[in-house]
Design a protein around this ligand. Structure first.
Ligand code: SUG
Length: 453
């Protein structure tokens, strides 16, 4: 018997080393904004302001801690030796791009942290978590071990929570987590998000079958085989699981994850007309597998919003959330207001007869410039009351935590950061001091390599 459950958004706290290094081939914002001067303090505050606003709207909101960066442990594996400071200085001289990759604050995009399956949907009745291996991008492939420890420190009780290691490394099992996974569920007053849900996995290519369509210009970061593996690990019921391939042509236009072209919530899929291969079949599969009264597809036509405008504005990287009265709201990035086709579309949409009734705009520009909108910044976790009681309470947003984290950011973060600054060993000391304090605020215990040595 499933229980009433709630959707939480766990947003990534932007780490102290936030910078623009042009690391993500295929992510147009990342490569075109390489070498921009980053503002770590502002970035962290923009993220916190979004978390607080959603908390104030009555939504359930939590925070996910960032990584230890620069990652000197990885630099040591690459042959840099000496003290931590010497490792950084040598790397900055011999391999500045490698140092930049090991310094990225990319874990802020927690949609990529893991894939999660609520206890209502899994064979053993536990909530399952699998950190994404993020194999396609070196700077992200070094996140999963710490992500796994942080998730275990948040959801510790093995009576309720099951944690899997990331999938095996390598392109064949490239897994980007919830950025390519959506859970649909018939939300209702008694059970909230707690009814058995429909899991929708979207992949970019078949890694073990090169005869199938695939993008040519940019990489497909998620493979079908990885999505299947996650569904197996999470013991999902195949009757409630749909796999669909992303349209390879839009990957080649910069749609590097499904959450750049589609978003779902409850019984609504909000998607661009060009999002999927065999799009009509995908809709039919979802409608048939959905266990509930009505499944809504809100499709945005390419004539109304060209794919290029969807990528530029990040319209689909909005969060789609349900308010207490059942209305859905789009939490959209500021760029949706400044892209004329998108603004016009959204003004029209909220007047139509769909569950989506309102648009709220948030400024997350520091993240957007690296290709991360509101939905990239959050990981959705569905929990029932027993699981909420069993989890780490310190990671849940509150007025106090918001104030405490703002003070913490003010104390530890730099105003600006550019690539040359990454050569400064003080950045590591500053970052570790901040994170040591953060693990106390969030009651995480020892999760960072420097705390485990
Ligand atoms: O993995 N950008 C991230 C953005 C991730 C967005 N996530 C989702 N769509 N869910 C990425 O490409 C850029 C880092 C840099 O270039 O400095 C970066 O990692």
């Amino acid at each position: 018997m499933s229980k009433k459950a709630f959707e939480f958004n766990f947003d990534g706290l932007v780490g102290p080393t936030h910078n623009y290094a042009g690391l993500s081939h295929g992510n147009v914002a990342s490569t075109s904004n390489a070498n921009l001067v980053a503002k770590p303090k502002e970035a962290a505050k923009q993220g916190l302001a979004k978390m607080k606003a959603l908390h104030d709207m009555g939504l359930k909101q939590g925070v996910l801690a960032p990584m230890e960066r620069p990652d000197v442990h990885t630099l040591r594996k690459l042959g840099f030796t000496g003290s931590d400071a010497q490792v950084i200085i040598k790397a900055s001289k011999q391999a500045p791009k490698v140092l930049a990759a090991c310094s990225s604050a990319s874990s802020m995009w927690t949609a990529n942290a893991c894939t999660m399956a609520p206890s209502s949907d899994t064979g053993d009745g536990k909530a399952h978590f699998t950190p994404a291996n993020l194999a396609n991008k070196f700077h992200r492939s070094i996140e999963h071990a710490t992500t796994g420890r942080i998730l275990q420190a948040m959801f510790k009780d093995d009576k309720h929570f099951a944690h899997h290691p990331a999938l095996p490394m390598g392109d064949h099992f490239g897994d980007e987590g919830a950025a390519n996974h959506t859970r649909f569920v018939d939300i209702n007053a008694d059970k909230g998000y707690g009814k058995k849900g429909l899991h929708f996995f979207v992949y970019g290519k078949h890694a073990f079958d090169s005869s199938k369509p695939a993008p040519h210009k940019y990489p497909a970061r998620q493979s079908f085989e990885a999505s299947q593996a996650v569904s197996r690990l999470h013991q999902l019921d195949m009757d409630n699981t749909v796999f669909a391939q992303q349209n390879p042509h839009v990957i080649d236009k910069g749609v590097f994850h499904n959450d750049v072209i589609a978003v779902g919530n409850g019984n609504v899929l909000f998607a661009h007309q060009k999002a999927f291969l065999n799009q009509m079949q995908v809709y039919t599969d979802l409608e048939q597998a959905f266990d509930g009264e009505e499944f809504h597809v809100v499709e945005v036509g390419a004539n109304d919003v060209p794919v290029e405008d969807a990528v530029k504005s990040y319209l689909f990287n909005s969060q789609l959330v349900t308010m207490d009265n059942g209305d859905m709201i789009i939490i959209a990035p500021g760029e949706c207001e400044t892209t004329p086709s998108v603004k016009e579309y959204l003004d029209w949409l909220v007047e139509q007869d769909t569950p989506i009734k309102e648009v709220k705009i948030f400024d997350v520009k520091q993240s957007m410039q690296n290709g991360g909108g509101p939905a990239c910044l959050r990981q959705r976790v569905v929990l029932n009351d027993d699981e909420i009681s069993a989890m780490n309470q310190n990671v849940l947003m509150s007025d106090d935590l918001f104030a405490e984290l703002n003070t913490w950011v003010d104390k530890h973060y730099r105003e600006t950061l550019e690539e040359d600054d990454l050569a400064d060993p003080n950045l590591l000391t500053e970052s570790r001091t901040a994170l040591d304090e953060l693990t106390q605020i969030l009651n995480l215990g020892s999760v960072y390599p420097f705390q485990l040595d």
